[in-house]
Ligand binder design. Structure first.
Ligand SMILES: NC(=O)c1ccc[n+]([C@@H]2O[C@H](COP(=O)([O-])OP(=O)(O)OC[C@H]3O[C@@H](n4cnc5c(N)ncnc54)[C@H](O)[C@@H]3O)[C@@H](O)[C@H]2O)c1
Length: 349
């Protein structure tokens, strides 16, 4: 990453740094770039600063919706923000929409207010494929009409619009919204552990809970979608590849090179929920499955058109096959049995 001013490397605030993606981002940014990382989350950040680099990550346990956020900006000469903090459950957003508008939209506005006051002009935002709603084409393209079908997706779209208006009003303010598809897997070197995986509603943690017996089974929500096997289709992107996309976007922005304000981050390939379950069964072991009615707010198919980010930022995902993504995720939670010797994946103690 280029030096920014006075010969110093960029100071980057990562919000949501206790979370699954945020903690992967902290580790990769510290190990693989020269940025100085400031980590912010309202939950306790249970990871340790990666030792090998000798760099210390400064941690702030605070809520970005609260006035105490200003302390981060008063103490540090911040150059850029990577904003992961937010509530993330689609079903919860349907039952408790205000929670999503308050935290995801107002929290971001509080953060943007600090950026304005402290002249922080580089902002990377975790947007989501949920902004597309039900795409009418086989893959979702950045320029498609955006019609989110749940409050989570609406909250992400609102923030994208706010960022666009800020850049329009203040051209020195640069932003990039990365629309992630389904983020899965874990750091290849297993430097990261998501301590909150047992609470997540996403498919991968739910499958691991069912495999290990924390839940009696996995619920297959909806089996009559118009897809090859009746279950929803999603595009899965490995978390390590996703963080590489952030590093590329931030480096391009700090180098003041031309870039767009919105990029999809996906593989451009869809897997049905049943195919993901089959992959877990191939890699890890048997999982009890129970069919359940479809959930409100779940679109049938969401697959990225990834051409723009590949062309502009030269983004090349390393992980393409679902089995490889499953293996890195299972290894975060379990010890892999010796290949060829049989045996089961057992939870790490
Ligand atoms: N996981 C995915 O597949 C996926 C897909 C698309 C977009 N995203 C986006 O990526 C981001 C990170 O997702 P994740 O999967 O790591 O979720 P996560 O729940 O593991 O992490 C989110 C973190 O944000 C923190 N946070 C929430 N509100 C906060 C606040 N007001 N102040 C301070 N910290 C706050 C939480 O404590 C948590 O640690 C989210 O914005 C999410 O919407 C995730």
């Amino acid at each position: 990453m280029n030096k920014v001013k006075n010969g110093k490397y960029p100071v980057v605030v990562i919000t949501g740094a206790a979370g699954y993606i945020g903690s992967n981002a902290v580790v990769k940014m510290v190990m693989e770039t020269d940025a100085q990382v400031i980590a912010v989350d309202r939950r306790k950040m249970k990871w340790k600063s990666p030792k090998k680099t000798g760099k210390k990550v400064v941690k702030y346990q605070l809520d970005i919706c609260e006035p105490e956020l200003s302390k981060v900006f008063r103490i540090h000469d911040v150059d850029a923000i990577i904003h992961f903090a937010g509530d993330i459950s689609v079903p919860e957003s349907v039952s408790d929409p205000m929670k999503y508008y308050n935290n995801n939209v107002l929290g971001t506005m509080n953060l943007l207010d600090q950026c304005r006051q402290h002249k922080v002009c580089n902002f990377i935002f975790s947007s989501s494929a949920a902004v597309y709603g039900e795409p009418t084409k086989s893959t979702a393209n950045e320029d498609d009409v955006l019609l989110p079908i749940n409050p989570y997706g609406e909250s992400k779209l609102m923030v994208e619009q706010i960022l666009r208006a800020c850049s329009h009003a203040h051209p020195s303010f640069k932003h990039c919204s990365l629309r992630y598809f389904n983020v899965v897997g874990n750091d290849l070197l297993q430097r990261v552990y998501d301590p909150y995986w047992k609470e997540k509603s996403n498919l991968f943690p739910a499958l691991m809970r069912a495999y290990l017996g924390y839940t009696p089974d996995i619920r297959l929500f909806g089996t009559k979608y118009k897809t090859s096997d009746g279950t929803c289709v999603r595009d899965y992107i490995h978390v390590g590849d996703l963080i590489d996309a952030h590093i590329l976007a931030l480096s391009t922005m700090l180098a003041k090179q031309p870039m767009r304000n919105v990029y999809n981050v996906g593989n451009g390939k869809g897997y049905t929920v049943k195919e993901v379950i089959e992959s877990f069964e191939r890699v890890v072991g048997p999982i009890p499955v129970v069919e359940a009615p479809r959930r409100a707010g779940d679109p049938e198919k969401l697959i990225a058109c990834p051409k723009r980010i590949k062309r502009d930022l030269k983004f090349k995902p390393n992980f393409k096959h679902i089995d490889d993504m499953v293996r890195t995720y299972a290894k975060m939670i379990c010890v892999e049995p010796v290949p060829g010797a049989g045996g089961l994946w057992k939870e790490k103690k």
